[in-house]
Design a protein around this ligand. Structure first.
Ligand SMILES: *[C@@H]1O[C@H](CO)[C@@H](O)[C@H](O)[C@H]1NC(C)=O
Ligand SMILES: *[C@@H]1O[C@H](CO)[C@@H](O)[C@H](O)[C@H]1NC(C)=O
Ligand SMILES: *[C@@H]1O[C@H](CO)[C@@H](O)[C@H](O)[C@H]1NC(C)=O
Ligand SMILES: *[C@@H]1O[C@H](CO)[C@@H](O)[C@H](O)[C@H]1NC(C)=O
Length: 343
């Protein structure tokens, strides 16, 4: 089904919606946000209080909108200064989603939880996700400080460029805006590390599902690159070593995974989410933010793995290892991932 144009109410409420995009109740989701009420007691005992997000209060429901059931194509837009080594890590991750032959626990195994979501015809989320055409925006076409709306203008520039514009693919395209570590985006670090939504026809000319994820290496590694970096205001917390030698990009992987999982299950924000109010949807990755392994919850990441070099990861992909947060499993009613000890 082709996506319907967004209702006017959604457009009007969009700024509010964005601000609270990562809002979740007190039971679930953890990141060391600078303004959170967390104290060191919470930190020490968080893990025992909260177990893999399981909660009788979570009522994830399907709201009848479309999900991404056809082969998914991700179109990266590289905004600002990107090294080719950094691009390779991100492309390898996206390519790993459908790489069924990766050694378990694998990124493809992680995606199986996402595939369990269906639309009203019973069609599952596609198992095929691949990287499509890419666009470089090396010269910061909309400056080094972007707003929610100028993010859409960056996407417009990419799909309307005079040379090699990105294809228009509203049905199964995911437009992934990636900003380099010298770019600020509205609310970055205060309450978001990334977000997803859909473009407005009035700005872009089409309704295209998109996500933004920023490299936090310079702006707020202790928040958005946690646990590869730690915030100074939480005592006695040690960072873990990142699996591909790039703290900012390795941390972006989990946020990219978060956004792609949510775009697949809720591309027009009228499909899978919890909460009564569509203006404050809590989606399948929001429910499991900060959970990377068995026992995870609150400020405890859960059980992860270490490679021979001492780097921390929880799943294998093409050529590499990654640390990726879990997503909500609506058949089990808790967060799950391929490295779960009970699988
Ligand atoms: C920290 O949080 C715990 C539980 O949420 C609370 O009991 C305790 O009083 C708090 N400690 C401080 C110093 O605020
Ligand atoms: C979907 O992707 C698979 C695997 O890459 C491919 O074999 C198949 O032809 C694709 N289907 C369509 C309709 O493009
Ligand atoms: C499709 O979704 C159904 C319902 O959640 C699930 O039981 C089934 O395992 C899914 N199929 C695949 C291939 O993931
Ligand atoms: C942090 O570590 C120091 C030294 O090991 C210890 O004295 C202190 O009690 C610890 N603080 C907390 C909040 O655990």
């Amino acid at each position: 089904m082709p996506p319907a144009p967004p209702p006017t109410a959604a457009q009007t409420l969009a700024p509010l919606f964005f601000l609270l995009f990562f809002f979740v109740g007190p039971v679930i989701c953890w990141r060391p946000w600078p303004n959170s009420q967390l104290n060191s007691t919470d930190f020490l005992f968080g893990g025992s209080k909260k177990f893999e997000g399981s909660s009788e209060f979570v009522q994830l429901r399907y709201h009848m909108g479309p999900v991404l059931t056809a082969n998914i194509t991700v179109y990266p837009i590289w905004y600002g200064a990107w090294q080719s080594s950094q691009k390779r890590i991100i492309r390898d991750f996206i390519g790993s989603i459908s790489a069924a032959d990766s050694k378990p626990p694998s990124v493809a195994g992680w995606w199986k939880t996402v595939q369990q979501y269906t639309d009203q015809t019973g069609a599952n989320i596609s198992r095929n996700v691949h990287v499509g055409e890419e666009k470089n925006d090396r010269f910061y076409s909309h400056g080094k400080s972007l707003t929610r709306l100028s993010v859409q203008s960056v996407i417009k520039s990419a799909v309307t460029a005079s040379t090699r514009p990105l294809p228009i693919n509203p049905k199964s395209g995911v437009y992934l805006l990636l900003t380099s570590d010298d770019v600020y985006v509205q609310d970055f670090c205060n309450n978001v590390c990334g977000f997803h939504y859909f473009t407005f026809p009035s700005i872009v000319g089409y309704t295209l599902p998109y996500a933004w994820v920023g490299n936090s290496a310079k702006l707020c590694p202790g928040v958005c690159a946690y646990p590869f970096a730690v915030p100074s205001y939480i005592p006695n917390l040690t960072a873990v070593k990142s699996p591909n030698g790039d703290v900012g990009v390795d941390a972006m992987i989990s946020v990219i995974a978060h956004e792609i999982a949510e775009l697949a299950t809720n591309p027009l924000v009228n499909a899978w989410y919890a909460g009564q109010d569509p203006v404050f949807p809590v989606e399948i990755a929001d429910l499991c933010e900060g959970i990377y392994g068995t026992g995870g919850g609150g400020s405890y990441t859960g059980q992860m793995m270490n490679d021979r070099d001492g780097a921390t990861y929880n799943m294998n992909g093409i050529r590499r290892r990654f640390l990726v947060q879990w997503v909500w499993n609506h058949l089990l009613n808790y967060c799950s991932g391929p490295n779960a000890l009970d699988q």
